[in-house]
Every structure is written in structure tokens, then in C-alpha cells.
Design a protein around this ligand. Sequence first.
Ligand SMILES: C[S@@+](CC[C@H](N)C(=O)[O-])C[C@H]1O[C@@H](n2cnc3c(N)ncnc32)[C@H](O)[C@@H]1O
Length: 250
Amino acid sequence: MSATAFCSRSDLFNAGEAAAYDCVSAAMPARYHRAHQVQNAALLANMHAAYEPALLEIGPGTCKDLSDLRTVFSSRSFQWTGIERSQSMIDAAMASQRIPNNAETQLILADAFEDEAWSQLHRMDFDACFSAFVLHHYSEEARLWIHRRAIERLRVGGIYIVTDLFASGDIADKSHGKEAQDVGAAVLKAKLLAHVDRERLRAAWVQHYLHENQPPVLEHEVESLYKLGCSVRVAMRSIQVAVVIATKDS
Ligand SMILES: C[S@@+](CC[C@H](N)C(=O)[O-])C[C@H]1O[C@@H](n2cnc3c(N)ncnc32)[C@H](O)[C@@H]1O
């Protein structure tokens, strides 16, 4: 599959804005942070089932989740592989020393819509695969493509977690407006903290969030994952943010 077939609606973090990313993320509404916690708790619970668990992350960005998992899971080793297409995000992760230099850690600098990214993976049986706030910019068809790929690479009983922004049929318009307001507030807070060029940050962030289209509909996502042979549960839902956990059944 070629990356151009599934073009992201926004390429913000390839544009050298990674330095601003952690600053703005920290100022996001509490439900964003809660979603990361719920996702990581589910990963940790699942990791206890394996000897040296292997995780695959799509779009780790500045690798905050990896860093949090290492802190919480400090007593045991685990393997982590990330597929990230933005050099600037990786540079920021490296600068904050969130990517350990060891044999258990593999970073693939590539687009997750390129077959080449998946051919570099060293195993077919990951215990878990996850992505946080990566896929909402992509079409339903594109998301399905990634879901299928991720689930193929899981062992039976492994989990696939999608932590992301979602609409639901009936509240889509309103919640999208609310989301834009919240992001506006986050931008303001970030500007207070900012050590980056304020106008650039504002332009990039607004461009990132005010997509032309609605985020994906949660119910469709659950159904897609179910059709791919998984048991599915929604572990958290708050306004637009949700954590969807699919377990590979066969
Ligand atoms: C909003 S950031 C989220 C970063 C991190 N997961 C977090 O929650 O802090 C989205 C990340 O996904 C990456 N990304 C988006 N599309 C991608 C793709 N097709 N392949 C690989 N990485 C992608 C972006 O470069 C960016 O680093």
C-alpha cells in the first residue's frame, strides 16, 4: 500500500513543530491524560501474561507513553517497537532521552501505510499493539487497513488498543465544536508556557485540529474491529476521547 493512497489530513508534526508538542499536550483537557493512563494500564495488565512482552506502537511521537510504561514497569524488561514517520518527533524523543538504546527497543522511521514499515518488524506475534491520537486524521478505509495490519501481527489473545478522538452519530457536530473550544483553551495555556514561536504554534495547532471532516464514529470503529475477529470493549469514553480495546480471538 502506498502512503499517498492514504494521505493524512494534517501533516503538522512533520513540519518541525515537535518541540511544541509536549508543551501543548500537557495543556490538553484532563480526559486526554486519563485516556493515556487507561491505555497504559490495559497494556500493563496484558504484559503480565507474557514472559518478556512485546509491544508495537504506531505513531509514538515524542515517546511519552513508552517513557511512562518504562517507569511503571521498571522491574521487568519488555520489547517495544515504534513506527513513526516524523523525524522531528523522534529527534524530540531522543533529546528527552525517552528512547533507550538497547536490544529490546526498535524504532522504525517510516510511514505506517508503507509495506516497508511492516516488513521491518522482527516478529509476527506481538502481545499488544497500540496507537494514541494518531488515526483520527485518516479515512475509515485507511484506518481499517492499519487495524488489519496490526491485528495480523498480534498473537492470539493479544490486544490492540486505539486511543483516539471519536464522534458518535448523534452528538458529532456539537462535540466537535466543543473540542475546538477546548483546543482553543489549550492553545492559550500553551502560549503562556510557550518557549516556541507563538504564531507558528497557533497556526499549526489550529490547522491540526480543525479538520474538514468529523473524527471517526466510535460505533463504526468497534464494528470494524469486531469484524476483524476481535472481542471489543470501550474502556473509557469522555466527550470525544475514547479508548477501544480489541482482543484477538483467533
Ligand atoms: C498527535 S501525535 C501523537 C503522539 C503520541 N502517540 C502521543 O499520544 O503523544 C501523532 C503522531 O503520529 C504520527 N503519525 C501520523 N501518521 C503516521 C503514519 N502514517 N505513520 C507513522 N506515524 C504517523 C505523527 O508523526 C505523530 O508523531
